[in-house]
Write a protein that binds this ligand. Structure first.
Ligand SMILES: Cc1cc2nc3c(=O)[nH]c(=O)nc-3n(C[C@H](O)[C@H](O)[C@H](O)COP(=O)(O)OP(=O)(O)OC[C@H]3O[C@@H](n4cnc5c(N)ncnc54)[C@H](O)[C@@H]3O)c2cc1C
Length: 405
């Protein structure tokens, strides 16, 4: 991962010991599926493939979960970045609805994983709130509420008079059991631990430097000259895809996060629900298992190779001020961790899952958009089935070439 994609001291990688260190590759090996990228996405894919008894290897060029995974805010919710009606110019309403329902399915998958393997990653189910403090956006949120309600999603509509929160809310769509949160660093390690016990071979500090497509499979050349031979590769390298394709996936912004020092009580924030606002420089907030507030947003355009530290410090201050304004009853709000990084989104807010249109041996699992982790779960489920010969119609939503001319 280029350093420009992650800047600052991320909460999740700085508050825990490294649970396990994986070796680097020191010999040539054979497998069926080569997953490239040891972030949360690659680890989710590895979990689903290993669960289906498919022989696979995961290669991470740096350390496990130190890429975008280290800075993800991890608000896991079925709703997309934009409201369904706003996405209509790019995708029909029925597709957004399908994505919502698939998101709920992915949430259930995480819940099942935790029930089967234990909660080692601070997993918690959560309600969600999408709100606005602007009068002119009330109708938009009401419309989103009506759309979800009419389609069987468990939502309530909040108004200024029924607002249980301490911040200014003119309208809100409250999703009951619509989300979850977890620690992405611990979760990634837990997935790898479970999968390693089931046969996965994981390597860190092992970069894929060249891909050779052969008649009978694919060969990945790695750092120090060792090779992995397999039948297909799955690209789970996040925002770093240049080695595999010239295709430009998504539009990048830089997004900023702060994590406060632990806080004694969360007055004005019932249920410590996941919060997202509907403004154009949008914000998102949640709390953590160790009682911090995580706030993110203030996005700006991403400029490769340039990092303006002063501008970032301004953004962190704005985020801290925003928390204080929203929660005047919460005492001791002080940012302890401040970090930022690239974030990529797409017109229809969905990621990319599936085969390269021109190369059957090149597959992608790219969780672009604010629901990246849930898309990775769907990718793991549907791609492992595809590998075994069964095509899930829902894969069409995430087709790699869906925006091509
Ligand atoms: C600030 C922020 C907030 C977010 N909030 C949310 C959220 O609330 N909810 C949500 O669901 N999603 C969210 N996302 C999106 C989500 O974080 C991403 O979908 C997810 O973290 C990306 O994980 P990844 O494993 O795909 O990428 P990464 O964690 O970047 O992992 C890719 C890995 O590939 C490795 N790699 C790259 N090239 C090679 C190579 N040639 N050989 C070997 N390894 C290689 C890299 O070193 C890296 O470790 C957020 C993202 C950001 C940046």
């Amino acid at each position: 991962m280029n350093l420009q994609y992650v800047q600052g001291e991320a909460l999740f990688t700085h508050t825990h010991k490294v649970p396990k260190q994986y070796p680097y590759l020191t010999e040539n090996i054979n497998t069926d599926v080569i997953i490239i990228g040891g972030g949360v996405t690659g680890s989710i894919v590895a979990y689903y493939f290993t669960r289906q008894n498919i022989d696979c290897v995961i290669l991470e060029k740096n350390r496990i979960a130190f890429g975008s995974t280290s800075i993800t805010t991890t608000l896991l919710q079925y709703e997309l970045d934009s409201n369904a009606r706003k996405l209509e110019p790019y995708t029909p309403l029925e597709n957004s609805l399908k994505a919502y329902k698939l998101g709920l399915q992915a949430l259930l998958e995480i819940d099942t994983f935790i029930k089967e393997h234990g909660n080692l990653c601070d997993y918690e189910k959560k309600d969600t709130l999408l709100y606005t403090s602007k009068k002119e956006e009330i109708a938009e949120l009401e419309d989103e509420y009506n759309f979800r309600k009419a389609n069987g999603l468990d939502v309530e509509f909040l108004t200024a008079s029924s607002n249980p929160f301490s911040f200014d809310l003119k309208a809100g769509v409250y999703g009951i059991d619509g989300g979850a949160q977890l620690d992405p660093y611990k979760y990634t390690h837990q997935l790898l631990e479970v999968s390693s016990k089931a046969g996965l071979q994981a390597f860190e500090n092992t970069e894929a430097v060249k891909i050779n497509y052969l008649d009978d499979g694919v060969e990945v050349e790695t750092t120090y000259g060792y090779q992995v031979k397999g039948k297909i590769i799955i690209v789970a390298t996040g925002y770093n895809t240049q080695l595999f394709t010239k295709r430009n996936f998504g539009v990048k912004t830089t997004t900023f996060n702060i994590a406060t020092k632990p806080i004694a009580s969360f007055e004005g924030w019932p249920g410590r629900v996941l919060i997202r606002d509907n403004s154009s420089t949008y914000h998102y907030l949640r709390t953590t298992a160790d009682h911090r507030i995580l706030a993110g947003g203030e996005d700006i355009s991403f400029v490769p190779d340039i990092f303006d530290e002063d501008a970032a410090l301004e953004k962190y201050k704005l985020l801290e001020a925003r928390i204080k304004t929203m929660f005047p009853l919460i005492k001791g709000v002080t940012a302890e961790y401040q970090y930022c990084g690239a974030f990529a989104s797409t017109q229809d807010n969905l990621g990319f899952l599936g085969k390269d249109p021109k190369n059957d041996k090149l597959w992608y699992c790219l969780g672009y958009g604010a629901n990246g982790i849930l898309f990775a779960i769907l990718g793991g489920m549907m791609l492992s089935k595809l590998y075994l010969g069964s095509f899930d119609e829902n894969l069409k939503l995430f087709k790699v070439d869906r925006f091509d001319g």
